[in-house]
Write a protein that binds this ligand. Structure first.
Ligand SMILES: Nc1ncnc2c1ncn2[C@@H]1O[C@H](COP(=O)(O)OP(=O)(O)O)[C@@H](O)[C@H]1O
Ligand SMILES: [Mg+2]
Length: 290
């Protein structure tokens, strides 16, 4: 039994429907998430992220394949799921109860009610001043925070979050990032989170798996994946001058907007910036193209 692996997914398949209407939502997926990592699961809408997460949590059955959490098979064994807190596609609350009451109900149901702990978690997710208002008045961001609070009630070792930044404003996204990082760095938790935005994942995760049309397309550290990008986006002013300067050394693609795309890897970034600055061009951004 491998207890250093928080999540192990082997040859996971999920097919919905039959015949013409058959959808292969997840195909031959392999994942390994070590204890203490923040692991990103990145892919566009419809890629199979939520379907995978539902299988990790034993909410739906795989067509085939295996999932083990902390070395224990998840299917049919409720035991290991007690070590997991999850937020899948937004939380649902009793609308007329306050956020705090909702958490208390959940904690009682889970058999771990402790008013002090509920208060500490409310503070942790930044809801101390709003926890006693009815949940029906909460904004999406507040619901996401309370949803996150709910996942933490049972003091889980593994926290699984499906698109946790959906509906948050930029400040909320930044807070969520710091919060997730702290869970791993200060509390030793393992966090598995999905997103369709690379920039969200790259700032918080140690490793990333990229999924598209149900299949794993890449896996590695965030650094590896960014280094692999072979096009850089350059935002500079004046752009026509930048085009003339960079065009002498690199192949360029103009997209007609305020950016240029340069065929180069990340290690060319310092050279590009130097060339632009030497030519009195203002540089606003040089970054790997998504
Ligand atoms: N219950 C279901 N029945 C039929 N098709 C489904 C079901 N759930 C998801 N799908 C399909 O599986 C694919 C993956 O969906 P999903 O896992 O929700 O993607 P993501 O979370 O990455 O956006 C999509 O094509 C979706 O339409
Ligand atoms: Mg989804």
């Amino acid at each position: 039994m491998d207890t250093t692996m928080a999540i192990r997914v082997e040859g996971l398949h999920k097919q919905f429907g039959r015949g013409k209407r058959q959808v292969k939502a997840v195909q031959n997926l392999h994942l390994a998430v070590k204890v203490g990592q923040v692991y990103g699961f990145l892919g566009p809408n419809g890629a199979g992220k939520t379907t995978t997460i539902r299988m990790l949590l034993d909410l739906i059955r795989p067509t085939s394949g295996a999932v083990t959490l902390f070395g224990q098979p998840v299917f049919g064994s409720a035991g290991v799921l007690r070590r997991v807190g999850a937020l899948v596609e937004g939380a649902t609350f009793y609308p007329y109860l306050s956020g705090r009451k909702n958490l208390e109900v959940l904690a009682r149901t889970g058999g771990y009610y402790d008013a002090k702990r509920v208060q500490a978690i409310i503070e942790q997710v930044g809801m101390a001043d709003r926890a006693d208002r009815p949940a029906k008045g909460y904004s999406t961001g507040m619901k996401q925070r309370m949803g996150l609070a709910a996942t933490l009630l049972g003091d889980p070792d593994l926290i699984i979050l499906d698109e946790p930044t959906n509906g948050l404003d930029p400040a909320g996204i930044q807070e969520m990032r710091l919060f997730i990082r702290d869970l791993a760095d200060k509390q030793g938790k393992t966090v598995f989170l999905s997103s369709h935005m690379l920039n969200e994942i790259e700032q918080v995760c140690d490793r990333v798996a990229i999924i598209n049309k149900g299949k794993l397309v890449r896996e590695g550290t965030v650094g590896d994946l960014l280094d692999e990008q072979s096009r850089l986006l350059v935002e500079a002013d004046p752009l026509d001058k930048a085009q003339a300067v960079l065009g002498a050394n690199w192949t360029l693609h103009s997209n007609g907007g305020r950016h240029l795309t340069v065929e180069a890897r990340r290690d060319a970034v310092p050279d590009i910036i130097r060339k632009l600055v030497e030519n009195q061009i203002n540089v606003y951004q040089v970054s790997p193209q998504r």
